[in-house]
Design a protein around this ligand. Structure first.
Ligand code: G4P
Length: 531
């Protein structure tokens, strides 16, 4: 086995998703504790440990105390090299959050045991389902009063439409949290509240058959309840099936408490055993194998102006195959150019570390003079293929943009087009008009503020935003078969086009979507567009 095969096979790249406050940051910090972070790209965004990327428009982040951007962390554990893609932990998240999932091979879902599945988890989860990537669930905060365990699992199954398979089973919660039952080992692991910041404490393990000892450890009542629940569980829950896990149809569930560091390492171990190394990815010439093929990557995120003095952009790419070497020439397929990537780096909180090499599974950031777009492919100069485009996710908030000073038309168009190219916003036009009437769509309303701020600060253009009532957008999948003029929807439906001229429909509510489909037989609408 060549050195690079080994390096690729030990890579595990995952995104961590959760509703704000479920404990994502705490869990990530505990993971790092076990591995010892070798690279801190971006930052772990604890309120106490907040280390924000320095940039001018990110003042918005600072003002509001939230994070708009996502970051990447790399650490080593047990021979694995793990990349964690963090996603912004705020309700007002942007499309970037979704796109980050496109760069991951699996996802860790953190759920607050007293809340169950929450809105944001649901949205992100949809993307995981679309991509059929494995999802590993950590039900957190068992040291606080939790919902009934069966209800929590039911909630995941119903809300997210995925079967669950508990790896362990909690015994009580909150003040009466006694530990977990390990279903594989058939033993009870006692809860030990370790100090913040230390590794997992030494827990006692007792086989569940050893009833006398068990009762001594967790009390008669808890022991009886546990035995009953195990019986029920063994009869009712899905059989563990690694194949289904890898297809994203079954999620292994672990219970624990990130804060007190209970169940974290067990979760990490299980997760690493089940998650796959980088998998082949679809390109227009077929599947590209991470090991067999030489270097290739795709751009999944572009971040502008991390440094005001330079006005630069950083393009984040996920390496999909082979080894990347800073000295080598690569082909930027969409740009039609062979080049050396400029300053390949891992993006740190306040500094950037220049990289000399990286492997399939890794994320690198490169200086972008404005040539890259989301979804672009890079490969060896001799190769020429394109990875499947990254879906454009349906924005949920819309506004009409008006320029205050119409003399600055050129700057306005340039600014708004560049910001759209970075993927922070999507822009649409009325069907029969040009750039004079622009409708902006965003996934999280914060992006409206970001747009306004950036146009003013970077392009010297003042705008006014007029909110529109639409909440849903649909691409017309079979646009070649549909006569747009004849298409009749509800009176509040609006026909628009994207920058590539693709027709789209805006709706005020989901009822109108149903109505429009009813009235236009054969019409196929979709929630995801393609770049
Ligand atoms: P997030 O990244 O998903 O938004 O969540 P984060 O880790 O920041 O955790 C949110 C809050 O929940 C934090 O408290 C954190 O300490 C707490 N927390 C995380 N895991 C657990 C757990 O297993 N048990 C308990 N009881 N609490 C947990 P905070 O008071 O908002 O912040 P801090 O002052 O502690 O940093």
């Amino acid at each position: 086995m060549s050195n690079h095969t080994e390096e690729i096979n030990r890579r595990r790249t995952f995104a961590i998703i959760s509703h704000p406050d479920a404990g994502k940051t705490t869990l990530t910090e505990k993971f790092l504790l076990y591995g010892g972070a070798i690279n801190l790209a971006g930052s772990v965004k604890g309120k106490a440990t907040a280390r924000h990327a320095v940039s001018d428009w990110m003042e918005i982040e600072k003002e509001r105390g939230i994070s708009v951007t996502s970051s990447v962390l790399q650490f080593e554990y047990d021979g694995y090299c793990i990349n964690i893609l963090d996603t912004p932990g705020h309700q007002d998240f942007s499309e970037d959050t979704y796109r980050t999932l496109m760069a991951a091979d699996s996802a860790v879902m953190v759920i607050d045991a007293s809340k169950g599945v929450e809105a944001q988890t649901r949205k992100l989860f949809k993307v995981c389902v679309m991509r059929k990537i494995p999802i590993f669930t950590f039900i957190n905060k068992m040291d606080r009063d939790a919902n009934d365990t069966f209800d929590l699992l039911d909630d995941i199954e119903k809300e997210l439409g995925i079967a669950t398979c508990p790896v362990n089973w909690p015994i009580g919660s909150g003040k009466s949290f006694k530990g977990v039952y390990d279903r594989e080992k058939k033993c009870v692991i006692s809860y030990s509240d370790t100090e913040k910041g230390t590794k997992e404490g030494t827990a006692t393990e007792i086989p569940v058959q050893d009833e006398a000892h068990l009762k001594e450890m967790i009390g008669d009542e808890a022991a009886d309840k546990l035995i009953q629940e195990i019986e029920l569980l063994d009869g009712a829950s899905a059989e563990f099936d690694l194949d289904l896990v890898r297809k994203g149809e079954l999620t292994p569930v672990c219970f624990g408490s990130a804060l007190t560091n209970f169940g974290v390492e067990i979760f990490l171990k299980h997760f690493l055993k089940m998650a796959t190394a980088p998998l082949p990815r679809k390109a227009d010439i077929g599947l590209i194998d991470p090991v067999e093929n030489e270097f290739s990557a795709f751009v999944f995120k572009i971040q502008a102006n991390m440094n005001k003095a330079h006005r630069d952009r950083i393009a984040f790419m996920r390496i999909c195959s082979g080894k990347f070497d800073a000295q080598m020439e690569v082909r930027h397929v969409q740009g039609g150019k062979v080049m050396r990537l400029s300053q390949p780096q891992q993006i740190m909180a306040d500094e950037r570390k220049i990289l000399s090499e990286a492997y399939a599974g890794d994320i690198i950031g490169v200086f972008d003079p404005g040539i890259f777009s989301i979804g672009d492919t890079l490969c060896m100069p001799k190769d020429k293929f394109c990875y499947e485009g990254i879906p454009t996710f349906a924005p949920e908030h819309f506004a009409r943009v008006r320029q205050v000073d119409t003399m600055k038309r050129k700057q306005f168009v340039k600014g708004i087009e560049q910001i759209a190219q970075e993927g922070a916003i999507q822009i649409f036009q009325e069907l029969n008009s040009g750039m004079e009437e622009i409708i902006v769509g965003v996934v999280g309303v914060l992006q409206f503020d970001v747009l306004k701020y950036r146009l003013e600060n970077e392009y010297n253009v003042e705008i006014r935003l007029e909110n529109l009532p639409y909440e849903h957008i649909r691409w017309i999948e079979n646009k070649d078969e549909v006569d747009l003029d004849k298409l009749t929807g509800t009176s509040d439906m609006k026909k628009v086009k994207d920058m590539k001229g693709n027709p789209l429909l805006l709706f005020v509510n989901s009822w109108s979507i149903g109505m429009t489909l009813d009235r236009n037989k054969g019409l196929v609408l979709t929630e995801f567009g393609r770049n």
